[in-house]
Write a protein that binds this ligand. Structure first.
Ligand code: HEC
Ligand code: HEC
Length: 174
């Protein structure tokens, strides 16, 4: 005969077994991580296709700045421009301040005409800056695997589209 005690005992046993199962649930290697493949082998790893802007300089739309004084991403095609040396740099042809306005390009900012070591204003582009693509990169149009919740705080109104690093470099430093 099923007594009340037996019913309670069965219920308790059920809860114990049920919760035990939940704890011992395992994940296969393919389920771990973001790329969903065996973690010990690169064999089946296929990188996402990169999709850089193919719009010519002058026909692209600038990206939003990531945060105040962030180096802007390159919105236009850079085909044939990235082989740069200290004496040969296609980017300067449009971005030097004296030509930028005429071609509607963002002028290279004051910080790039400044020697950070000697703290002196230079008459030419700082040679520490000739390699533009060291800091400025094109952006591939891909769906991010992890959503970025970061919300930048721009203090000045135009800080969303212009940088003022040299003016604020030593802010808060005494
Ligand atoms: C033929 C002229 C031209 C050349 C060469 C050129 N750019 Fe540009 N660049 C522009 C223009 C114009 C824009 C504004 C967006 C547009 O209209 O396509 C721009 C936008 C940019 C921006 C975004 C600026 C912002 O305010 O967000 C960056 C960064 C940039 N270029 C970097 C480079 C780098 C680095 C090179 C060399 C690899 C380069 N550009 C070569 C004309 C040029
Ligand atoms: C060492 C890293 C570095 C190098 C190299 C560099 N930049 Fe920048 N660039 C930055 C940073 C950081 C900013 C934003 C803060 C600032 O103004 O310095 C910036 C800002 C800019 C801007 C936006 C200006 C504005 O008013 O918003 C342009 C255009 C630009 N750079 C072009 C270039 C070009 C062209 C080259 C190569 C000749 C170059 N940069 C080399 C780091 C770099």
């Amino acid at each position: 005969m099923i007594t009340q005690k037996k019913v309670i005992a069965l219920l308790v046993a059920g809860i114990v077994i049920g919760s035990g199962c939940a704890v011992s649930q395992t994940y296969s290697e393919e389920e771990l991580g973001l790329r969903k493949v065996d973690l010990y082998s690169e064999k089946n790893v296929v990188a996402d296709n990169t999709a850089y802007s193919t719009a010519a300089a002058g026909e692209s739309k600038v990206f939003e700045r990531s945060y105040e004084n962030a180096p802007p991403m390159i919105p236009h095609d850079v085909e044939g421009m990235l082989d740069m040396s200290k004496d040969n740099n296609a980017c300067l042809g449009c971005h030097l301040p004296e030509v930028a306005e005429a071609v509607k390009a963002t002028p290279i900012p004051k910080s790039h005409f400044f020697d950070m070591r000697t703290q002196k204003v230079l008459t030419e582009l700082s040679q520490a800056r000739f390699n533009c693509s060291q800091c400025h990169a094109p952006q591939s149009n891909n769906e991010p695997l992890v959503k970025n919740e970061f919300k930048p705080d721009f203090r000045a109104k135009d800080a969303q589209s212009r940088s003022h690093l040299l003016d604020s470099l030593n802010e808060g430093v005494k």
